[in-house]
Design a protein around this ligand. Structure first.
Ligand code: AMP
Ligand code: ZN
Length: 118
């Protein structure tokens, strides 16, 4: 998609603080981190959101999860971390290329209720 920020980052047209890249996935630090560690794991193929994923994306979605665990360890998140996929306007998604947030490096709330309201 020509006007998609994450497609442009995946294509190397826009710089990012990259921590991993292969043919299928790119991971880079979020430009507005909400914690000491906050990176995004992004499939290179354009998919608008998780709601638009199909069976053809099964392999890359699985790869993203396993890669997340590896990268989180590399980033020093030994005590744990939170993964978030915002999906659609109602889910708080603002960039419509599927991506997973990986957040950690400070104590996170144990109660899910604090992220379910604005
Ligand atoms: P979401 O609200 O789930 O769609 O998340 C989009 C995320 O992309 C936000 O956390 C932004 O801070 C992040 N973001 C936007 N532009 C960039 C960029 N150029 N490089 C890295 N992260 C970005
Ligand atoms: Zn895209």
């Amino acid at each position: 998609m020509s006007d998609c920020l994450f497609c442009k980052i995946a294509a190397g047209e826009i710089p990012a603080k990259k921590i991993f890249e292969d043919d299928d996935v790119i991971a880079f630090h979020d430009i507005h981190p909400v914690a000491p560690v906050h990176f995004l794991v992004v499939p290179k193929v354009h998919v608008d959101s998780l709601a638009h994923a199909t069976a053809e994306h099964q392999a890359v979605l699985g790869k993203m999860l396993l890669l997340t665990a590896k990268l989180a360890k590399e980033q020093g998140l030994d005590d744990g971390y939170r993964t978030i996929i915002n999906t659609g306007h109602g889910g708080g998604q603002t960039f419509f290329h599927l991506h997973m947030h990986v957040i950690g490096g400070k104590p996170l709330t144990t109660n899910i209720s604090d992220i379910t309201t604005q």
